[in-house]
Design a binder for this molecule. Structure first.
Ligand code: ATP
Ligand code: MG
Length: 333
């Protein structure tokens, strides 16, 4: 299949996935649609349990045995990843697709030196061992590891947490992938290190030109880093669009309330931080209506009985709500 330069790198269409658990079928993803263009940085935001990591694992072919893809497709550079064997998927990982996890030790082997791991990861390259080592040192310098010529022969435990995450980012980008998937890579870092890591990621990404799927629950990071934002709630993408547009004019009630809860957006000091009342719905129960209906101040009978379609509304490309043009909701503390 031939690819057009304007074709997205990754297109997830109608992805529906369940976990088989003792209580029944946990519907973790329902009709998820997401697209990432070449060189684009897309932020995927949602509260804990909304399905962000499940979606990431589905893209990377790393789903646990209890997960069953019921329908939909995940196309990467024109190829449907849901039909690939484990061996074919391994061929893509670390080459065309790379990943950075929240805990850098997921990527690093504690009993091997950083240098050995950075050389091993270049196993597809035709460079000599000496050249691979030189490239690894160069990459360590790029991610601002001090004294990389001697640090390269140290073990992961001899690095700080922030340094380990920078090494993991360096390793993920060494193969110059077309897509980098990052699942909360800065959540374990303090605020200063988080900003430095984001700046570094953006710098390397613009050099390499790879697309990035950046998973986080930190809205400030999305505003800072991402071209587009996808808002996930209880297994569904409820709103998607250009970052500036969605921040300025959110159309889904969940997005509106979520932005209202962001401490960075609150101008006046207050005793209690605002929050959205209620909890995520039980994903093992039947879900006939809108997934947000039980917590939505605007919900009526239409919302509790019928599943909303995806609409284009305001400047957002996708709003999964029966009333995407209704006035903006404000949250109270
Ligand atoms: P967090 O922000 O806490 O990382 P998340 O958005 O990444 O959350 P997921 O880990 O994808 O959320 O979980 C989505 C839903 O799927 C949750 O209800 C969770 O309990 C369930 N789930 C996740 N992994 C499994 C599993 N291996 N077996 C059964 N259920 C699972
Ligand atoms: Mg997660």
């Amino acid at each position: 299949m031939s690819l057009d330069a304007s074709d997205p790198v990754l297109t997830v269409s109608g992805l529906t996935l369940s976990y088989d658990i003792p209580a029944g079928e946990l519907k973790a993803l329902r009709d998820v649609n997401l697209s990432i263009g070449k060189g684009e940085i897309v932020g995927l935001v949602g509260e804990s349990g909304s399905g962000k990591s499940t979606l990431m694992q589905a893209i990377l072919g790393l789903l646990p045995g209890a997960a069953q893809i019921r329908s939909g497709s995940i196309r990467f550079e024109g190829q449907d990843l849901t039909g690939l064997s484990a061996r074919q998927m391994r061929g893509l990982l670390g080459d065309r697709i790379s990943v950075v996890f929240q805990d850098p030790m997921t990527a690093l082997n504690p009993v091997l030196t950083i240098g050995r791991q950075m050389i091993d990861i270049q196993h597809r390259s035709k460079l000599s061992r000496r050249e691979k080592r030189a490239r690894a040192i160069e990459m360590l310098a790029r991610v601002r590891i001090p004294d990389p010529e001697s640090r390269i022969d140290r073990y992961p435990h001899e690095f700080s947490g922030g340094m380990r995450q920078r090494v993991a980012i360096a390793m993920a980008l060494m193969a110059k992938p077309a897509l980098l998937v990052a699942d909360e890579p800065t959540t374990a870092l303090d605020a200063t290190l988080e900003i430095a890591t984001i700046d570094l990621l953006r710098e390397l990404q613009s050099e390499i030109g790879c697309a990035v799927l950046f998973i986080t629950h930190h809205l400030g990071v999305v505003a800072e880093l991402c071209d587009r934002i996808d808002i996930m709630y209880a297994g569904e993408i409820v709103e998607s669009g250009a970052t500036g547009a969605v921040f300025q004019d959110p159309r889904h009630p969940y997005t509106q309330l979520l932005f209202g809860c962001d401490p960075a957006q609150i101008a006046e000091p207050m005793r209690h931080l605002p929050s959205i009342g209620g909890n995520l719905p039980d994903l093992t129960a039947p879900l006939p209506g809108c997934i947000f209906a039980s917590r939505c101040p605007r919900a009526d009978e239409t919302c509790t009985t019928g599943h909303p379609a995806d609409h284009k509304a305001g400047q957002s490309d996708l709003v999964r709500c029966h009333y995407p043009l209704a006035p903006r909701l404000e949250i109270s503390a």
